[in-house]
Design a protein around this ligand. Sequence first.
Ligand SMILES: NC(=O)c1ccc[n+]([C@@H]2O[C@H](COP(=O)([O-])OP(=O)(O)OC[C@H]3O[C@@H](n4cnc5c(N)ncnc54)[C@H](O)[C@@H]3O)[C@@H](O)[C@H]2O)c1
Length: 372
Amino acid sequence: MNGVTGRMGYRQHLVRSVLAINAEGGVRLADGGRVLLRPVLVGRSETKLAALAAEHDIADHTTDLASALADPDNVIYFDAQVTQARVKSVLQAVEAGKHVYAEKPVAASVTEAVTLTRAVRRAGVKNGVVQDKLFLPGLLKLRRLIDGGFFGRILSVRGEFGYWVFEGDWQAAQRPSWNYRAEDGGGITLDMFPHWQYVLENLFGPIKSVYAHATTHIPQRVDELGAGYRATADDAAYGIFELEGGVVAQINSSWSVRVNRDELVEFQVDGTEGSAVAGLRGCRVQHRSATPKPVWNPDLPATVSFRDGWQEVPDNAEFDNGFKTQWEMFVRHVVEDAPFPHDFAAGTRGVQLAELALRSAAEGRRVTVEEL
Ligand SMILES: NC(=O)c1ccc[n+]([C@@H]2O[C@H](COP(=O)([O-])OP(=O)(O)OC[C@H]3O[C@@H](n4cnc5c(N)ncnc54)[C@H](O)[C@@H]3O)[C@@H](O)[C@H]2O)c1
């Protein structure tokens, strides 16, 4: 596990996935057997790795990736490093014959992502990319509504994602500074559009075109060490996507917006028969039969509380951590060849959408998404 000292690598992948799986007795296989995971922590800082290993009682850690890859007992290489460090390490792992699982975006450019996809196919190793949003309770409820035919014909999707990331001067920023430097693989388009690609494709259909406006609202920030730096990457991106079948999706992504929503991300889906608003966990619906008939009259105060006319979709299930669920799927993919659709080719389509969105923003035009 490379990059476990980072935000995602530590919390979501090591603690909430791998260690949580072991605490429950391992990944359950189809034949009833269990697979325990033996993490080997890899990173750049011996001190940090040793501290993590001690805290969680983990036997193996090293700053030497090559030696970890040379050990035939290590079966899967996982990468949650900064995006720009990913390609080199993943290629090294593929050359060593390891199965590979990686955070998104799988690479910082389509060219690199295609190189990775070709490499894993040539080597015949199992490969996967994190697509955690698909496993969020709110989106699983949306999936359930779609599968149950709730919406009728889906017309449009509106997504609002974002929150205020502090500039770092009078309150510390809650995201790493590389996120704001294009030269270090930062930018909200590269960070979030890979998510929107698999969310839209899996729930509503393939994306045919993208129009995006990307911008840097806050040009100057302060880094982890208190030094000022110029933000060279986009911190907000406003995208419009046309999907196969005519569904229109609009998604705003911003680290420069103050939250006036119930959740940090929300998607409103409107269909002929009903509408839904899904967040990370919750999902509310309004059926055609319960839709109020507003009449535009700015001279009178609103008499209807529009938000009260929505109904909460019940859980009807226990939802596990999405990262953990995907880890279990990938382990089963490696061990017993269970299906795993979230492969490097799928990850490459996410990078492609980000790249085309940035091209759209730079050229000020709508861009067709060609099949790769
Ligand atoms: N799935 C998600 O929802 C999600 C959310 C956030 C980030 N991510 C992805 O996870 C990856 C890590 O993001 P993060 O927010 O955890 O970042 P982070 O800065 O917190 O962690 C980065 C990790 O990479 C390591 N690293 C290796 N080479 C490095 C270098 N040259 N410079 C700096 N760090 C280096 C660091 O030591 C650290 O362990 C990124 O690719 C990001 O796109 C995914």
